[in-house]
Design a protein around this ligand. Structure first.
Ligand code: HXC
Length: 514
């Protein structure tokens, strides 16, 4: 009997069954939703229009006794989130473990093409055993074609991956190319080779969750941008993220009227940022005072927490914020912080999101590990990303901006549009203590009270070499502003540069150090 026997209603019903009751039950027992349940939870109610319901897998996998399943283990279509169009694919683990065969791959590729053509975000819900073994090279080809489209779509439409089960082997590279990766604790894993292969090859012992679970990728590898306790929370996270993003690279993000006055004074900032340059504080408190309604959507919260990146609104307009975090490692720049910030800056530049940089950093992290792991190469990414970005770039130095980190953090020298500092800020080649020891070694060695002399010299250094007024005098800062004026002045600067245009020499693309 043909797989297509029956009325349209009957065929639709059977096509929507996926792998059948038993496999659906197993999915639920593992704390996972089915692909269709996930789509319903993620999208605005009633907006999903399926494309490719009747696609069936190729004869090869049917010959293996697993049967020809409608949909071929992936549900694809269009829907809406926050009333804006999105294209979605959701791998159905109940059908051949969500494995990727020829037709499965074609369906995803088609959805990706539609998302690119129609300029709408692409969201992939990943839950798959990887390349479908029975389909051999055809399943590898399918992956290759997905990867190709991920690259074509990069910088054209936002791409979001939600990992909701296994994502193993080369399959991980599609999410890795996308802009944001969401994971769920306990049920999603990403790895190139699993525990068994690792045991065989390197004799190392590790279980699945420690190898490639949400925790490790969110805190340690930097592969995941978000980690949530369950699927529903992850979907809510995606909806929130999308509220800050434009549909594509030709449209600006949605601006919404702000109820927060643009000229609201921000005197609280003086209490939050300590006068002593080595005292920690939470930069997120500063951000919440500055932005509309205190709302900040943080990205990669637990990865390289010495730098904070995320989205907020100022006067209703979306901004990407990059800020040193003095509460963690004094806000130093290291390899991971550089990677995290550079990728975020490039995303903002792709999608017309202005950058607000808040600077308070002692510089790049010294250390043999950092040098040998390539801080030179990684730190250079930040310079590249800031210099390349043509969106409005507003920078405020709150306290310390020493050495290379001063240049890197959105300085005027990398084409910052409006650069501000507070009056107590320190901008110099290095901090006063280090500088004084180098400049006055002999006097300090001969002094009756070396500590008193060092304090005196450090104060003189602050006033004569590190004062922000010196930088303003050179035109490297556009203004010195009081903490209480900060919100108003940043908003004014953003307005000034909202129609900014930049011409760059024609080239294919730059060659960012990777
Ligand atoms: C075909 C697959 C499959 C695959 C799972 N299934 N993976 N079928 N190709 N790759 C099928 C199973 O046969 C089973 O079918 C059903 O899906 C559910 O799988 P289970 O093993 O019962 O589920 P579970 O115990 O939850 O284990 C899930 C799993 C395991 C950890 C993902 O299935 C697994 O290890 N699969 C293989 C993973 C893998 O090595 N993939 C290749 C990676 S390399 P029935 O009919 O019994 O329900 C790769 C290369 C990509 O992907 C290259 C791109 C460049």
């Amino acid at each position: 009997m043909s797989v297509f026997s029956g009325s349209l209603d009957e065929l639709r019903k059977s096509a929507r069954l996926g792998g059948g009751d038993q496999r659906v039950q197993r999915q639920h027992q593992q704390g996972k939703q089915t692909a269709r349940e996930r789509i319903d939870l993620l999208l605005d109610p009633g907006t999903f229009q399926e494309i490719g319901l009747f696609a069936v897998n190729s004869l090869h996998s049917a010959g293996n006794g697993t049967g020809r399943a409608f949909g071929d283990g992936v549900i694809t279509g269009k829907g809406k989130i926050n009333d804006q169009p999105v294209y979605v694919f959701a791998q159905d683990f109940t059908v051949k473990g969500g494995s990727v065969g020829k037709v499965h791959g074609r369906k995803i590729a088609r959805i990706m093409d539609l998302a690119i053509q129609n300029g709408a975000p692409l969201i992939g819900l990943n839950d798959s055993g990887g390349a479908r073994i029975q389909e051999g090279v055809n399943s590898l080809a399918a992956y290759g074609e997905i990867f190709y489209r991920n690259v074509q779509a990069s910088g054209v439409i936002p791409q979001i991956s939600i990992i909701l089960g296994p994502c193993a082997g080369g399959a991980v590279y599609s999410p890795a190319i996308t802009d944001f990766v969401f994971m769920v604790e306990g049920t999603s894993q990403m790895f190139i080779t699993g525990p068994e292969v690792i045991r065989e090859v390197t004799q190392e012992e590790i279980e699945l969750e420690s190898l490639g679970g949400a925790g490790i990728h969110h805190t340690h590898s930097g592969v995941a941008h978000f980690s949530y306790k369950d699927e529903a929370q992850a979907f809510e996270g995606v909806r929130q993220l999308l509220s800050f993003l434009p549909a594509n690279n030709l449209t600006p993000p949605l601006s919404i009227p702000s109820l927060d006055p643009t000229d609201r004074p921000t005197p609280e900032l003086e209490d939050i940022v300590p006068d002593k340059t080595d005292e920690p504080y939470d930069i997120k408190e500063v951000i919440s005072i500055l932005v509309d309604g205190g709302e900040f959507f943080e990205i990669q919260k637990d990865y390289a927490p010495n730098i904070v990146v995320g989205f907020s609104r100022l006067n209703g307009q979306v901004v990407g914020i990059v800020a040193n975090q003095p509460d963690h490692l004094a806000g130093v720049l290291d390899i991971n912080a550089s990677d995290k910030a550079a990728r975020f800056i490039r995303f903002c530049d792709n999608f017309h999101i202005p950058l607000l940089t808040l600077v308070d950093t002692p510089g790049f992290l010294p250390g043999i590990d950092q040098e040998h792991e390539g801080i030179i190469r990684h730190g250079a990414k930040m310079i590249f990303a800031y210099a390349e970005a043509s969106v409005p770039k507003i920078t405020l130095i709150l306290r310390k901006a020493y050495g290379g980190a001063y240049i890197v953090m959105g300085s005027k020298h990398l084409a910052g549009d409006q650069n501000f500092a507070w009056p107590e800020a320190e901008i110099a080649v290095m901090g006063p203590q280090g500088a004084v020891k180098i400049l006055h070694r002999k006097e300090l060695a001969q002094a009756a009270d070396p500590q008193a002399l060092q304090r005196e010299l450090a104060q003189s250094y602050r006033e004569n070499l590190a004062s922000p007024f010196l930088a303003a005098g050179e035109g490297y800062l556009d203004d010195i502003i009081a903490p209480l004026e900060s919100r108003a002045r940043i908003i004014h600067a953003l307005e000034t540069f909202q129609n900014k245009r930049v011409s760059v020499p024609q080239r294919k693309h730059g060659n960012i150090p990777l």
